[in-house]
Design a protein. Sequence first.
Length: 98
Amino acid sequence: MTRKVRIEPEVAAELEGAIRWYDRQSHGLGADFLAAVDDTIAHVSHWPEAAATVPGIAADIPARKAPVPRFPYAIVYLLVDDTICVLAVAHEKRRPGY
């Protein structure tokens, strides 16, 4: 079953910034990053409980983190009813909870 996906506005802005950064590094790399993020979100929408829970968060808030292939990022999300709520496109090298 594919779930609906809701991406918070702050997440969309953060994602746009990362895409621009990758494009400055190498032409087309931003598009590759976006495709990898989209693929990860699509996977999560089919199998939301396959990703690991985020450590250090209360057990009653089952946030999960799915790695983005080829990039040092992860999709952090909650499953609320039948909706995947994307909370962050988190860089794995930044401090937790940035």
